[in-house]
Write a new protein. Structure first.
Length: 176
C-alpha cells in the first residue's frame, strides 16, 4: 500500500498559474503525443484522491480522464455533477482516517492530486512516493507544489527520465 504523487511543476516549483491555469503545460512540444508514462502509472493505481479545486479543473477537460474511482476531498461540495455520478465520491474529514477507510475498501495504491491535498498529506507524512516532472519554464508566481512542513521528510531518488530533451521526470521514495 502506497500513496503516490504524480505531478508536473515549473522550474520554480509551481503547479498552476495564480489563476489556476495549466495552459503552460499544453504549450510543450509533444510530437509523439506521449503521455510521458501516465497510463503506466495509472495501471498501478486503485483510486484517486483529489481536492475540490483540482476536481473543478478536471471537470473543464473535454472528457473525464480517470477510469479509477475518484474521491474528492471537500467540505463545501454536496453532490457530484450527473456526468460523474458512479465515478467518484465526495469525502471529508481526517485524512489519516480516510486512508484507513479506503485501504479497508481495497484501495491500496492511491494517487494523491491537488496542491493543498498534497501539502496536507505531506504535513501528515502520508506520501510514500513522488514522481515529479519538471517543465523548463519559470512562472514567477502561482500555486506551489510544496508548503511549510513541521518536520523534515527524507526521500531517496529512484530514477530520472528525460523526455524530448525538455522534461525531467524524477521518481522519489520516502525514506522512513
Amino acid at each position: 500500500m502506497a500513496n503516490y504523487v504524480y505531478i508536473a511543476t515549473s522550474l520554480d516549483g509551481f503547479i498552476a498559474t495564480s489563476n489556476g491555469e495549466l495552459d503552460w503545460l499544453e504549450e510543450l512540444p509533444n510530437p509523439e503525443k506521449s503521455d510521458y508514462g501516465f497510463a503506466e502509472f495509472m495501471n498501478n493505481i486503485d483510486a484517486v484522491v483529489m481536492g475540490r479545486k483540482t476536481f473543478s479543473k478536471v471537470l473543464t477537460f473535454e472528457q473525464w480522464v480517470y477510469d479509477k474511482p475518484v474521491f474528492v476531498l471537500s467540505n463545501s461540495l454536496t453532490k457530484l455533477p450527473e456526468s460523474i455520478v458512479g465515478k467518484g465520491e465526495i469525502v471529508s474529514g481526517d485524512i489519516k482516517r480516510l486512508i484507513i477507510q479506503l485501504n479497508q475498501k481495497g484501495y491500496q495504491n492511491l494517487y494523491i492530486d491537488g496542491g493543498r491535498v498534497i501539502q496536507s498529506f505531506l504535513q501528515e507524512d502520508l506520501i510514500d512516493e513522488m514522481i515529479i516532472t519538471r517543465v523548463p519554464i519559470l512562472l514567477g508566481k502561482g500555486f506551489p507544489l510544496f508548503g511549510k512542513l513541521e518536520q523534515h521528510l527524507q526521500f531517496k531518488h529512484k530514477k530520472t527520465e528525460i523526455y524530448n530533451n525538455t522534461l525531467v521526470k524524477s521518481h522519489y521514495i520516502r525514506d522512513r
